[in-house]
Design a protein around this ligand. Structure first.
Ligand code: HEM
Length: 406
């Protein structure tokens, strides 16, 4: 775990960016970003961080202000590695072009469709996975449950029900690794190209059928929208949903299960009152935000949080820091499912607000946690190995060893 020592005091430096942001190291952010975020919020809330090649925006109020001004803080980042890997997806578009693709993909992810259609299917996935694990009496909940559960559900939602969960997980990881491949590692590119080709092949296999027989899936919605998406647009947007719709439900599921297993009084409260599962979910994604940072780029010179930012600057929106902002959340490092209100920004804000938030809530807090805690008697953390966490752009537990009494 890192400490605030990731940064020098820098008292001799003349500008804030030379004192604090310049000393931020990515390896320290990866192992434990929170002490660094605390210092940034306190001393340099909009910091030029050379290691990230971006201004990092650390305070809740600045993140909210930025999301209210998408014309200045564009999602269409230049030289985006995501575009190289996935094609031009909705998440890197602005204005009408973005709205058109979002509108085509959105209907299957509405709360009513989630409640009336997907939740039953998610329950089936959860029960089948628990059936397969039950007799073992022990598991790594991240590897053996959360990963395959999120992958299987995503295949159903997308309209790729025959895609193997292991393949979906590989595609997701390969493409996400490539979107961060700033060191230009050729192995990472090759792996992502293979993944992207396999996603295209899987989509090609279902297009004919879904054209003839529309269903509740996202690919079907994109094909049959009032303004339908082209095959190229479908391919890009399916890839961004595979990249973003798998790891985040997986990570929130695992982090929240770990939080409940290590806070017995909160676990008892939620087991006694099922209405609290939803609160546990909101608190989990605030406490350890599965997406900790996402990019923007300025279209003009602007002042944010007292710092002048030039036109064309790359921005890192630190929602993982905003969600620990002590001016908004009392005792922000504490997991507290009773927190009220909980105005976290874990799903972003503005025009790109997460399309899958209701799917994630259903999968994790309505189905997975109640099923695991009900069906695995005496569920508890195994004494070893120790649970580890990692990441700042994406963050979660790296393992979750548990046992129960079959
Ligand atoms: C706990 C789970 C999740 C978290 C924390 C999360 C977080 C986010 C965040 C922060 C953004 C905004 C990114 C940006 O503005 O650049 C986003 C966008 C998006 N998310 Fe999620 N997400 C989750 C689950 C899902 C799921 C399950 C799906 C779909 C199956 C999904 C699909 C999307 C899509 C398509 C966008 C882009 C929307 C747009 O550009 O208009 N997400 N998500």
């Amino acid at each position: 775990m890192s400490t605030g020592s990731a940064m020098s005091t820098g008292s001799a430096m003349s500008t804030p960016s030379a004192t604090l942001g310049a000393t931020v190291e990515l390896a320290r952010l990866w192992s434990d970003p929170y002490p660094i975020y605390r210092e940034l919020r306190r001393r340099e809330p909009v910091a030029w961080v050379p290691a990230a090649n971006r201004y990092l925006v650390a305070r809740h109020r600045d993140v909210v202000a930025l999301e209210r001004d998408p014309e200045t803080f564009s999602a269409a980042e230049r030289d985006s590695l995501m575009i190289r890997v996935m094609g031009h997806t909705m998440i890197r578009k602005d204005g009408a072009a973005h709205a058109r693709e979002r509108a085509a993909a959105e209907p299957p992810m509405r709360p009513r469709v989630v409640a009336n259609h997907w939740t039953t299917l998610f329950q089936r996935t959860a029960d089948e996975l628990v059936d397969g694990l039950y007799d073992r009496g022990e598991a790594d909940l991240l590897r053996d449950f959360a990963g395959p559960y999120a992958a299987r559900n995503l295949g159903l939602v997308l309209g790729l029900p025959d895609a193997a969960p292991a393949d979906l997980q590989e595609w997701s990881q390969a493409m996400m690794d490539a979107t961060g491949n700033y060191v230009d590692d050729p192995t990472v590119w090759r792996r992502s190209q293979t993944a992207a080709q396999q996603v295209d092949d899987a989509i090609d296999d279902v297009l004919g059928h879904l054209r003839r027989r529309p269903d509740e899936s996202v690919i079907s919605a994109m094909l049959h929208a009032t303004d339908p998406l082209s095959v190229e647009e479908i391919r890009a947007n399916v890839k961004v949903i595979i990249g973003g719709g798998l790891n985040e439900p997986r990570d929130s599921l695992a982090v929240g299960a770990w939080a409940l297993l290590t806070h017995p009084e909160q676990r008892a409260a939620v087991e006694a009152d099922p209405s609290l599962w939803r609160r546990a979910f909101e608190e989990t994604v605030r406490w350890v935000s599965p997406i900790g940072m996402y990019p923007r780029q300025t279209t003009r010179e602007v002042v944010l949080g007292g710092t002048r930012i030039e036109a064309g600057a790359r921005i890192g929106v630190l929602i993982g820091s905003a969600n620990r902002d002590e001016t908004v959340f009392a005792d922000p490092d504490r997991f507290d499912l009773h927190r009220k209100p909980n105005s976290h920004v874990a799903f972003g804000g503005g025009p790109h607000f997460c399309l899958g938030s209701w799917l994630a809530r259903s999968q994790v807090s309505q189905v997975a946690w109640p099923t695991l805690f009900r069906r695995l008697p005496g569920l508890q953390l195994a004494p070893e190995p120790e649970v580890e966490l990692g990441g700042w752009v994406f963050r979660g537990v790296l393992n979750l060893p548990v046992r129960w009494t079959p």
